[in-house]
Write a protein that binds this ligand. Structure first.
Ligand code: NAD
Length: 298
């Protein structure tokens, strides 16, 4: 089956980006959210992408408008999925909400429609039976700023049909993504399975007083040729997110190092150093020290 009509359910941070990118690449997209207020917010979010598409990937106004013209909006679920070849789910990361959503669309979407989930942490076998079509259900996980960070991690459950998997790999390519293909379920996919231990290790060295953030980043960059070290990446993720994760670890694991790290991150937050978006975190922006050609000359 050729995918033509795509429904994106949940039009928050990621859903609005996925919907626009899909429309930008020529597909007809229906955006679904729970009520009129959420839909109005989605329209504003999508319109606000114009600047990024122009600035980051040199889209013209005409290109951007053409993308917008392929999107329609609704808060009626039956209407949203009735003609869908593919439903991309990007609703909150709560199993109860996702379960309820899949149980509903199982009855409302065409029998041969494929469903994918953008879940960051939940694997497809958790919901495959709720979808009423386990062979046509898998995860396709996008990264924030989909037009720039264009990976789509594709992960099936043991029941996903290999032909459907291939079709989604092809679809991901068609919307400008690099399809990262996982052979089995893995919480955190490939990217976060690599990235989170790296960030935690960097934080651990800092907390133990082994080296300061810049020396840790310099080591990683000089030794591996990477353009950024763990603390530069933490600035992109945002210090608030790093703090929230560390605080939860400190509470759950009662790990004294996690509490020391949480306190250090809290100091940054209190000083307004929230990361790249705020203009300062571990580095100053827009011209952080690690981009200076002399950064690695120690
Ligand atoms: P968000 O909170 O920004 O948006 C969620 C949207 O879903 C909201 O518009 C909300 O109104 C809507 N919603 C709530 N209940 C719903 C329902 N029953 N049916 C339809 N819509 C409903 O969340 P987000 O950050 O866009 O995350 C959405 C999904 O994408 C999550 O599974 C998350 O793990 C994943 N994700 C997020 C990021 C990120 O950087 N934010 C990156 C990759 C993946």
């Amino acid at each position: 089956m050729a995918i033509k009509n795509v429904t994106v359910a949940g039009s928050g941070v990621l859903g609005s980006q996925i919907a626009y990118q899909t429309a930008y690449k020529g597909f007809k997209v229906v955006v679904y959210d729970i009520n009129e207020d959420a839909i109005n917010k989605a329209k504003d979010r999508i319109k606000a992408l114009r600047h990024m598409y122009k600035h980051d990937i040199a889209a013209t106004d005409a290109d951007f408008e053409a993308g917008l013209s392929r999107i329609s909006y609704t808060w009626d679920l039956a209407e949203a999925v009735k003609n869908a070849d593919l439903v991309i789910e990007a609703i909150p990361e709560r199993p109860d909400i996702k379960k309820d959503f899949y149980t509903k669309i199982a009855k409302l979407a065409p029998k041969d429609a494929i469903f994918t989930s953008n879940s960051s942490t939940l694997v497809p076998s958790m919901f495959m039976e709720d979808t009423g079509r386990p062979a046509q259900f898998l995860n396709m996980h996008f990264a924030n700023q989909v037009w720039l960070n264009n990976t789509a991690e594709i992960m099936g459950s043991p029941k996903t049909d290999p032909d459907i998997y291939k079709e989604i790999v092809e679809f991901a390519r068609n919307i400008g993504m690099i399809p990262i293909q996982l052979k089995k379920e893995q919480p955190g996919y490939i990217l976060n399975s690599l990235l989170i231990p790296l960030l935690s290790a960097g934080e651990g060295l800092w907390v133990k007083g082994v080296a300061d953030p810049q020396m840790i980043d310099k080591t990683w960059m000089a030794a591996t040729g990477a353009p950024m070290g763990p603390f530069a990446i933490l600035d992109v993720v945002g210090i608030r997110t790093a703090y929230n994760i560390t605080l939860a670890q400190a509470k759950n694991d009662k790990d004294p190092n996690a509490q020391v790290l949480a306190d250090k991150l809290k100091e940054l937050l209190d000083e307004g150093k929230l990361g790249m978006e705020a203009g300062e975190g571990f580095y100053h922006y827009p011209n952080p020290a690690y981009k200076d050609p002399n950064f690695l000359k120690i």
